[in-house]
Design a protein. Structure first.
Length: 169
């Protein structure tokens, strides 16, 4: 059994299909990998209108879920789509809580804005997984020196977590 815990963050938009995240959670659990799957929070229209408030609420929800799961070992944070932009803030919150982040996996979607991420992020290796491998985010991730993969997210994350720490980029 891997000594790492994988946090499968929900999408920012509660209306998006949550099936792939549930599939990934089941695959990881099948390999004996500890998984934290924070619940998707419903927000009112006022919060949804302001992207900064939406992201702040998302980060707070994820941090509370991780704390509630009583995670003690190292974390791999997995996000997808627009939620990728909020991952640096989530990483900062976990470091402030004295949790060790050993990797970030960003699945298809925009990358965090370097001007908002701060100079101390990423504080762990980043893997960008793209379904197509030819999008602007893939090229931008490569330019940042991050490892990129074009494969099924379930295979990529499962392989990474199963082989931790040897498989970290």
């Amino acid at each position: 059994m891997s000594g790492v815990t994988v946090v499968l963050c929900p999408a920012l938009d509660p209306d998006l299909d949550d099936g792939p995240r549930r599939e990934l959670a089941a695959a990881l659990a099948g390999w004996g990998i500890r998984v934290v799957v924070p619940r998707r929070q419903q927000r009112d229209g006022a919060e949804l209108a302001d992207e900064r408030l939406l992201m702040a609420a998302w980060v707070a929800d994820q941090a509370v879920a991780i704390t509630g799961a009583q995670v003690e070992g190292p974390l791999i944070i997995v996000s997808s789509g627009p939620a990728n932009r909020a991952v640096p803030a989530l990483g900062f919150s976990q470091r402030a809580s004295r949790r060790s982040i050993v990797g970030y996996v960003l699945l298809d979607g925009p990358l965090p804005d370097p001007s908002r991420a701060g100079r101390d992020w990423p504080d762990a290796p980043v893997l960008y997984v793209s379904a197509s491998g030819t999008d602007d985010s893939t090229r931008a991730a490569q330019l940042r020196g991050w490892r990129t993969l074009t494969e099924d997210p379930i295979s990529a994350v499962t392989s990474l977590a199963r082989g931790w720490p040897d498989t970290m980029p």
